[in-house]
Ligand binder design. Structure first.
Ligand code: F6P
Length: 345
């Protein structure tokens, strides 16, 4: 009998999810002869009634490589251990998988989804192989996640566009970018887009330093500036910005310099949408293929990860350990400062 494996995507979407699904199906079904069932909207597809499942074959993957989002749908409100109806459906997941003859799951998601996958394995004995994803690139277990580069390219493109309008009007434009807990998108996008100031959660900012940088630019005949603000950046001693990181910077500068011509641009979910860039398509494909190899070798309980240029399997337990943040004493921060970027703190 053919091996039967399920695949689902959980948490926020990231460009490259479809490329993972395509790789898993092309290799798993096309070359290994498995049955693969796609489970829609993360674990909801197994918990909600009617169930939302679909058989995936290579033909269903046409045009997927370049498509953003996820053909299986996703949710970040679908934890089976504490579902929306207030009940614990973890055991139901196990029962349904057994009933369908699904041997195990390839779970594609961020740290939250990986934690759920690990609990399902430990508490319900559901075999899982994980594939990490987040545009934030803050999972400690892998050197890079797919979706990150696409988000960075989006920020870079936005800065290139905003540069010309900021320069024409002698304006200061604040660009708020994603990164729930870490400033990687801000650092990479900001450096690539030539930002003058980059503010990240790892380095709380000081208003005096921002003003000094604007002043310094005015003094060299550059009366415009681009300020990239990570969504979690906050002033020194300030509280969690709660979705107002960019606005806080605008308000503080405007209060200190009422004549400053300043605008705010929140890039938001633009950074998660659209086609994955080539780097993400390749990484997502490599992750998908390695996930199939791990299943083939019976290495349930592992997650694929990029380490020193190679995609390997690492224990899921390791994958859900501490997330990564920008090293404030590291080479990336040094690089930004060396090209004159003010980091605010
Ligand atoms: O973790 C990815 C991410 O895009 C973060 O950068 C951002 O804070 C969050 O997800 C937004 O999530 P939501 O889809 O719930 O708006």
């Amino acid at each position: 009998m053919s091996r039967h494996v399920g695949i689902l995507t959980g948490g926020g979407d990231a460009p490259g999810l479809n490329a993972v699904i395509r790789a898993v199906v092309k290799y798993g079904v096309g070359q290994k002869g498995w049955l693969i069932t796609g489970i829609e909207d993360a674990f909801d597809g197994l918990i909600a009634r009617p169930m939302r499942l679909r058989r995936l074959v290579p033909r269903s993957c046409g045009g997927l490589l370049q498509k953003g989002g996820t053909m299986l749908g996703t949710t970040n409100r679908g934890d089976p251990f504490s579902w929306r109806d207030g009940k614990n459906h973890a055991h139901d997941v196990r029962v349904e998988l057994d009933r369908l003859g699904i041997e195990g799951l390839i779970v594609v998601g961020g740290d939250g989804t990986m934690r759920i996958a690990q609990r399902l394995m430990i508490e319900e004995g559901v075999p899982v192989v994980g594939v990490p994803k987040t545009i934030d690139n803050d999972l400690g277990a892998t050197d890079q996640t797919f979706g990150f580069q696409s988000a960075v390219d989006c920020v870079t493109d936005a800065l290139d566009r905003l540069h010309t309008t900021a320069e024409s009007h002698d304006r200061c434009i604040v660009v708020e970018v994603m990164g729930r807990d870490a400033g990687f998108i801000a650092m990479h996008g900001g450096i690539a887009g030539g930002a003058d100031i980059i503010l990240i959660p790892e380095l709380p900012w000081d208003l005096a330093r921002l003003r000094a940088k604007l002043e310094q630019r005015r003094n060299i005949g550059r009366p415009f500036s681009l300020i990239v603000v990570s969504e979690a950046a906050r002033p020194i001693g300030g509280p969690d910005p709660k979705g107002r990181a960019g606005q806080l910077v605008v308000d503080a500068l405007k209060e200190a310099e009422p004549d400053l011509d300043i605008r705010l641009m929140v890039l938001g979910h633009l950074q998660r949408g659209g086609s994955p860039v080539a780097v993400d398509r390749v990484l997502a494909t490599r992750f998908g293929i390695t996930a199939v190899d791990l299943v083939s070798e019976g290495r349930w309980g592992e997650m694929v990860a990029l380490r020193d240029g190679r995609v390997i399997g690492v224990p899921l337990s390791e994958a859900v350990k501490a997330n990564r943040v920008v090293d404030v004493a590291g080479e990336l921060v040094h690089t930004a400062r060396a090209v004159g970027v003010e980091l605010g703190g």
